[in-house]
Design a protein around this ligand. Structure first.
Ligand code: IPM
Ligand code: MG
Length: 372
């Protein structure tokens, strides 16, 4: 298969972890005889420094012309610490999601058996955790009108959703649930918010087309608590932009390190793949960031294009790195391996063999069914 891939490293550790994903993709090309081309684009603080904008038009054009985008991370301390900055690096990512209409963000949360001890939660609580968050990505409070009074003492952010915005992601979430354990939990705050009540109405109506899927509802405060007490109860979580952002970070902590989990942002025409985690500016250039989330996001990309064996080979190589303790310091304080050594190991272990077919795939990383 030929694929045109845009690489957006962004800020902080983004370019470093992304470089490991490219190594792995090159290994996939060689092993499975594909041809991928890579073009780099600028976004975030890196773009602001050069062009004064976090999302230059050239980057948008590049993304539109490609089959897939692999994204690193965004944000720097310089802007985080300055609440009065007029433009922020994060706006580049938000605008890109909106421009490309990447309305569904898929975030699988699955505990690697080799890492159960890394979780802050007790083993018996997290054992078997395997759920996926379907987070709405181009609407809600993130994109509603923002106001600041002239004297700068009152601010507001509008949260708005239309039936159309809710139903397009709801259908994808129900389809995912159908292929999994057939349970969908809508997480909202319908006891307080009008938008949440609209979500309930639309999702309940759509559920009639998916009778095999059990639909239930949880208020977001309760969902946050249940995720800590009994993460096993979840299969597919469907939620809005803001709640999905918060719950997905919480979900990643369950797995032992924020550096492990990938995500896919999907629209009708474009797809972007990125880690859950942020730009971790304190680690920039130190070769200590965990590249696994980024590498697993290319596994999601490969599945997205129907390259299931290739995707499986990447996940198995990641699992092998954990079994052999070739991991970064977030997973093993005394590890001598850095970002690029872990990347080399994983890329070097991407193989096409019968061994992969017999692998107990259900026990590792990304369940196949969580991959679109
Ligand atoms: C994420 C990030 C982004 C978000 C930030 C960087 C704007 O936290 O992808 O979860 O809030 O969506
Ligand atoms: Mg987030």
């Amino acid at each position: 298969m030929n694929l045109k891939i845009t690489l957006l490293g962004g800020d902080g550790i983004g370019p470093e972890v992304l470089a490991q994903s490219v190594k792995c993709l090159q290994a996939v090309e060689e092993t499975f005889n594909h041809h991928f081309t890579y073009t780099e684009g600028l976004i975030g603080a890196a773009a602001m420094d050069r062009f004064g904008t976090p999302l230059p038009q050239a980057t948008i054009d590049l993304c539109r012309a490609s089959d897939a985008i692999i994204f690193g991370t965004i944000g720097t301390l310089k802007y985080d610490d300055n609440p009065s900055a007029k433009v922020r690096p994060e706006q580049g990512l938000l605008q890109l999601r909106r421009e490309l209409q990447l309305f569904t963000n898929i975030r699988p949360v699955k505990v690697f058996p080799t890492l159960v001890n890394k979780s802050p939660l007790k083993k018996h609580v997290i054992f078997g955790t395997d759920f996926v968050i379907y987070r709405e990505l181009t609407g809600g409070i993130y994109f509603g009108e923002k106001k600041l009074s002239e004297d700068g003492t009152v601010a507001s952010d509008l949260c708005e959703y239309s039936e159309k915005e809710i139903s397009r992601i709801a259908h994808l979430a129900f389809k995912a649930a159908k292929g999994r354990r057939k349970k969908l939990t809508l997480v909202d705050k319908a006891n307080v918010l009008a938008t949440s009540r609209l979500w309930r109405k639309v999702v309940t109506r759509i559920s009639e087309s998916y009778p095999e899927v059990q639909l239930d509802f949880l208020f977001v405060d309760n969902a946050a608590m249940q995720m800590m007490l009994n993460p096993n109860e979840f299969d597919v979580i469907l939620t809005d932009n803001m709640f999905g952002d918060i719950l997905s970070d919480q979900g990643s902590a369950i797995c032992g390190s924020k550096g492990l989990l990938p995500s896919a942002s999907i629209g009708n025409e474009h797809a972007m793949f990125e880690p859950f985690h942020g730009s971790y500016p304190q680690a920039e250039g130190k070769n200590i960031a965990n590249p696994v989330a980024s590498i697993l996001s290319i596994a999601m990309m490969l599945s997205h294009f129907g390259l299931y064996e290739e995707s499986r080979a990447v996940v198995i190589a990641v699992d092998k790195s954990m079994r052999k303790h070739v991991v970064t310091r977030d997973l093993s304080a005394t590890s001598k391996y850095g970002t690029s050594q872990v990347g080399d190991f994983i890329a070097g272990n991407i193989i096409d063999s019968d061994e992969n077919l017999n692998y107990n795939y259900e026990n590792i990383g990304l369940g196949k069914s969580t991959i679109i």
